[in-house]
Design a protein around this ligand. Structure first.
Ligand code: GDP
Ligand code: MG
Length: 714
């Protein structure tokens, strides 16, 4: 084939285009839209002929095979080479498995020389086989492949250009070769290339058909509505019917149809000329351009040379515009994929890797727990996004509410002479005040979790302490249970009245411990989820731990039942001196209330009371006297017992078994838990899903390729 000297339109920055080609070669085009030139059009519209004209290489059209895969053709000028050298290789489709990808990548065919048709046919045979597409009719092999055939053409005279020839779209199937499904396969493939906002579409349309109805023009308009990256090529002008030429001439002259780069008319060789092989393509085109009416076309809109010039301008400009953002996109994508890989954690194949993976999770879990319990909330952002994780604070708030509510609403009967509890100065915020209509207090403050059903107690509504006469109740109690004592009462009476007076402690204490269990469980779930990262691992760990957790929760519940029993069923007992002081105060108060109005002030402002008054005042009956005594003792004892009970519940049941003690559920997440796991259990918890493994290896491949691509950029 005769070789024309290069037209001298050497590109301003061939190194830039070179870099982009290298990015394609390391598969970066898979992740980032790279600037490229694609040739699109219907089957037999003349795509290969146009490429042949542009490259002066014979494209395999005579083999009867339509293009079955995208072909990337890269031209490089290399001044230090004396002859043209052609290298063929394959870029495997991105969804190929590793083995296939390596095999295809390894394939290479160098120094093909001039691409003589028969040599080229042999190469194509090999490529078809490598890709696994059919060469004969009626095989089970697919007709099309998503692999890319790459032809790199280096020589002293080459123009810098890189172009992708994609299979032509078609509407009618060919029995034995193309199926209905293939129509979609090809359409999808072509659309993938057209969708890339950085690709320039060389849209090839035969001039002898009605251009407006061409599907490929519609597709180009869809992906490039402003026509900024579409270059129109009209082929087969020699086949235009007599009389229909004006329509074509109009289209070329004006920039009709949406595209901004306009249309260029080329005349390629027809079937016959190709077969005979003695026609020079460029000569024939020139001769055709001199004939009427085609000689009217402006010279920059006719012929393969004009097309080449326009293409080079468009390609260079496109590459230059896109390049800075490509560079930053690669960096960003690289960062994202590295983060994603990190989030997946280390490999988990061997027993040791699995164990160390779990130990890492446990270390993270314990870190968060330690921070949560020491209120070191500044140490980790999760405490800002997840208020529930501020464990110490949530617990102490609940403790306070429990203490206050038991103080205000925990007793059955209101004691006489007690200050109105709602005006108590020690009132703290976390207490629910019963409304006038409700007249009840709820014992659970926190929404329960379904997985704790049957472990914790349900919500209860407690009536407020009764304002009915406590003395009436006590005197009935005394009358119905007294024995032979004279002027005093049986010790068991205190126990009986204490049991009745503290009846609501049961629900208040159970409500409290149920809330603490829920708080702790929610903390564990949230923290574990954060520490485990992988949702499946989190679920596995939680489920294998659940029995042990529930056991801990049960123990806390049991401790509450134990304390309730001790306080309510045991013998009333205290060594606390506050009991005596309280009792003393009660008696003083009572005496004061009886004698208060008899007091007068003697000299020196000393309050004085007559002995007669004292003697005369106490007219209470023996029973009344005893009942009041019971009241005062019960009141004094109740107060001491209540405080003791609240402290014990908070310290023994909640703190020891659930929050900071040696028996808390958080302590279950320890290295010894991992060590105790059998190999099967380890595998079940920490073994990777096939999908995770795939994702990891995909990310590794992506990172490797992007890094290689980035190296080429700088
Ligand atoms: P592709 O399927 O789009 O690659 O189309 P080809 O380049 O293989 O061309 C299909 C057929 O149209 C071939 O037989 C070519 O010889 C013929 N052809 C291409 N361009 C022209 C042209 O400008 N004039 C004539 N008469 N035939 C052409
Ligand atoms: Mg073709």
């Amino acid at each position: 084939m005769k070789k024309e000297p290069s037209n001298g339109s050497m590109l301003a920055d061939p190194t830039l285009l070179d870099k982009i080609d290298k990015l394609f070669a390391c598969n970066v085009g898979e992740y980032i839209a790279l600037p490229q030139l694609v040739v699109v059009g219907d089957q037999s519209s003349g795509k290969s002929s146009v490429l042949e004209g542009l490259t002066r290489l014979p494209f395999p059209r005579d083999s009867g095979l339509c293009t079955r895969f995208a072909t990337q053709i890269i031209f490089r000028r290399s001044r230090d080479m004396s002859t043209r050298q052609i290298t063929a290789s394959i870029i495997p489709a991105s969804d190929s498995d590793a083995e296939r990808a390596t095999r295809l990548k390894a394939w290479r065919c160098e120094s093909i020389g001039g691409l003589e048709p028969d040599i080229f046919s042999d190469i194509m045979e090999e490529v078809y086989e490598m890709m696994g597409v059919s060469t004969t009719e009626n095989t089970s092999l697919p007709t099309f492949s998503k692999d890319v055939f790459r032809l790199e053409i280096c020589g002293p005279e080459e123009d810098h250009l890189s172009v992708i020839d994609v299979p032509g779209i078609f509407k009618n199937t060919t029995p034995g070769i193309t199926s209905k499904a293939d129509i979609h396969v090809v359409r999808d493939m072509v659309e993938t290339y057209m969708r890339n906002p950085r690709s320039i579409m060389l849209t090839v349309v035969p001039a002898n058909v009605d251009i407006a109805t061409q599907e490929i023009v519609e597709m180009a308009r869809e992906y490039d509505p402003n026509g900024e990256r579409t270059i129109g090529v009209l082929t087969k002008p020699d086949l235009v019917d007599k009389g229909a030429e004006d329509r074509v001439l109009d289209l070329v002259a004006g920039n009709k149809l949406f595209i901004q780069h306009g249309w260029i008319l080329v005349r390629n060789l027809n079937q016959q000329e190709l077969r005979d092989g003695d026609t020079d393509r460029d000569q024939a085109e020139k001769a055709f351009g001199r004939t009427m009416p085609w000689n009217a076309i402006a010279s920059d809109k006719f012929g393969i040379k004009s097309l080449k010039t326009r293409l080079q301008e468009a390609v260079t400009e496109n590459a230059r515009r896109a390049f800075p953002s490509v560079r930053s996109e690669i960096s960003k994508r690289l960062k994202d994929s590295k983060n994603a890989l990190k989030a997946l954690g280390g490999d988990r194949e061997t027993k040791e890797q699995k164990a160390s993976f779990l130990l890492d999770i446990i270390a993270r879990f314990q870190d968060i727990t330690a921070q949560a319990l020491s209120t070191n909330y500044g140490a980790n952002d999760i405490f800002d996004t997840n208020i529930d994780l501020r464990l110490a604070t949530v617990i102490v708030t609940r403790d306070t509410a429990f203490a206050n509510e038991l103080c205000k609403w925990g007793h059955e009967y209101e004691f006489k002479g007690e200050d109105d509890p709602t005006h108590n100065s020690s009132t703290e915020n976390a207490i629910t005040k019963p409304t006038a209509e409700q007249q009840t207090v709820q014992t659970r403050k926190i929404d329960s979790m379904t997985e704790l059903d049957g472990i914790v107690t349900e919500q209860t509504n407690e009536a407020l302490p009764s304002n009915n006469d406590i003395n009436k109740w006590l005197s009935k109690l005394y009358r119905t249970s007294r024995g032979f004592e004279i002027g005093t009462f049986n010790g068991s009476l205190l126990a009986t009245s204490m049991k009745k007076q503290s009846v609501k402690w049961v629900n208040f204490a159970n409500g409290y411990i149920s809330d603490v269990i829920t708080i702790v469980h929610r903390f564990i779930v949230t923290t574990l989820k954060i520490a485990a990262v992988d949702q499946r691992v989190f679920e596995n760990m939680l489920s294998i731990m659940m029995d042990a957790l529930v056991d801990k929760y049960h123990r806390a519940m049991e401790q509450v039942q134990f304390l309730l029993h001790v306080e309510r069923n045991g013998t009333p007992k205290t060594l606390n001196h506050y009991f005596n002081e309280n009792l003393q105060k009660c008696r003083e108060k009572r005496l004061k209330s009886i004698l208060g109005d008899k007091v007068f002030h003697a000299s020196g402002d000393v309050p004085v009371i007559r002995l007669d008054d004292v003697m005369a005042q106490d007219h209470r009956s023996n029973v009344e006297y005893t009942v009041q005594d019971i009241h005062d003792i019960l009141q004094s004892y109740y107060k001491v017992a209540r405080k003791r009970f609240v402290d014990n519940i908070c310290i023994q049941a909640a703190d020891y078994y659930l929050v900071t003690g040696p028996e808390t559920p958080m302590k279950l997440f320890s290295p010894s838990f991992v060590n105790r796991l059998s190999e099967a259990e380890l595998d079940e918890i920490a073994g990777e899903d096939a999908s995770v493994q795939r994702r990891r290896s995909n990310l590794r491949k992506e990172i490797r390729e992007l890094e290689e691509g980035r190296k080429n950029l700088f």
